[in-house]
Design a protein around this ligand. Structure first.
Ligand SMILES: NC(=O)c1ccc[n+]([C@@H]2O[C@H](COP(=O)([O-])OP(=O)(O)OC[C@H]3O[C@@H](n4cnc5c(N)ncnc54)[C@H](O)[C@@H]3O)[C@@H](O)[C@H]2O)c1
Length: 319
């Protein structure tokens, strides 16, 4: 176990808060940074209570100058960088805002890291960095390349170049985890993989659910505990690598709708609306390289993951 603390940006968000909990359970000291723009302290309430002595939270916008003094004071060895503007639609409407957080904010993280002697940055990249994929080449692996369909995907993609540059120029190690569609407890409706959270929340509340497009679009749904495990492993392995993290299975939005409706006893049919610009039609990733380089593979089945997510959502909705 490392003596120095681990720093997590985006700590109050969906994946970040799950990662913080796992790192604390593993016995690490953890520093969480978040500006609470989409994240919430509610996601951290339990861990703050249970691990008070080993967890510090700093409300901070990564674009501002506060990170360097914080890192110089706390001297983390590893930084997990998850803070981001995560809404594809926001990025389509306001690419400059998206880049201010996802590109310039990330550069502030990298600058603070190299100035304070951080050994490694583990970066939350996205399958959304790659454009639409002909179904014949799915699942995609690390060799696949196509221009991003959204400014969100573009900004996430550009960071990969910076990570390589920082490694060469300053010796800052990195691993970029290209995440498929992550789902699980603490997810809100705004994120990329928010379709599970949206359907689950609306079905439990008895509210109508909208499917954009005809519902045949597919997603590679990977459970958050499995994803968090990949971050933990990457803290100590696979330097210089970009690795796909997903299940390789494709689930259509309509199939997901039916599974959640059956599990919640929701009787209504979906409302169909036009497909939204910037959204990828089909995606799934081949995570065999993560198996070789990290010793990672997903272990949660969709049924188990959806059941755990619904259990959490029901409690969160007071049901
Ligand atoms: N959820 C997915 O399916 C998915 C898929 C691919 C990649 N990712 C990536 O994983 C990471 C975490 O995503 P998430 O789904 O947990 O989303 P999230 O919105 O729950 O988490 C992002 C966190 O970053 C914080 N944040 C935003 N701007 C900030 C700023 N300027 N300074 C400090 N904090 C800021 C937000 O408050 C939030 O808590 C993101 O980098 C996202 O791009 C997520």
């Amino acid at each position: 176990m490392s003596e120095s603390p681990v720093l997590v940006t985006g700590a109050a968000g969906f994946i970040g808060s799950n990662l913080v909990r796992r790192l604390l359970e593993d016995g690490h000291r953890v520093i969480g940074v978040d500006d609470l723009s989409t994240g919430s302290l509610r996601n951290l309430a339990e861990v703050r209570e249970q691990h008070a002595g080993r967890f510090e939270f700093d409300r901070l916008d990564i674009r501002q100058g506060g990170l360097t003094p914080l890192l110089e004071r706390r001297r983390p060895e590893v930084v997990h960088h998850l803070a981001a503007q995560v809404d594809v639609r926001v990025s389509v409407e306001d690419p400059v805002h998206d880049a201010s957080v996802n590109l310039l904010g990330t550069l502030q993280v990298l600058e603070a890291a190299r100035r304070s002697g951080v050994r490694k940055v583990v970066y939350a990249s996205s399958v959304g960095s790659y454009g639409d994929t002909p179904e014949t080449v799915l699942p995609i692996d690390e060799r696949f390349d196509a221009p991003a369909l959204s400014p969100y995907g573009a900004s996430k993609r550009v960071v990969l170049d910076y990570l390589r540059t920082y490694e060469q120029l300053y010796g800052l190690a990195f691993t970029a985890l290209t995440l498929a569609n992550v789902y699980g407890p603490h997810q809100t409706t705004s994120g990329e993989g928010g379709v599970v959270a949206t359907f689950a929340g609306r079905m439990l509340a008895g509210a109508p659910c909208t499917i954009y497009g005809d519902g045949s679009q597919t997603r590679d749904l990977v459970y958050v505990d499995d994803v968090v495990h990949a971050f933990v492993l990457a803290g100590g392995r696979a330097d210089g690598q970009r690795l796909m993290i997903g299940t390789g299975q494709r689930t259509s939005v309509l199939t997901l709708y039916r599974a959640l409706a059956a599990a919640t006893g929701y009787p209504h049919e979906p409302v169909f609306a036009p497909a939204r610009p910037g959204e990828i039609l089909h995606s799934s990733v081949d995570a065999r390289a993560a198996g070789r380089e990290l010793g990672w593979k997903p272990w949660t089945t969709l049924e188990e993951g959806l059941a755990a997510t619904l259990g959490w959502a029901a409690a969160a909705h007071g049901g």
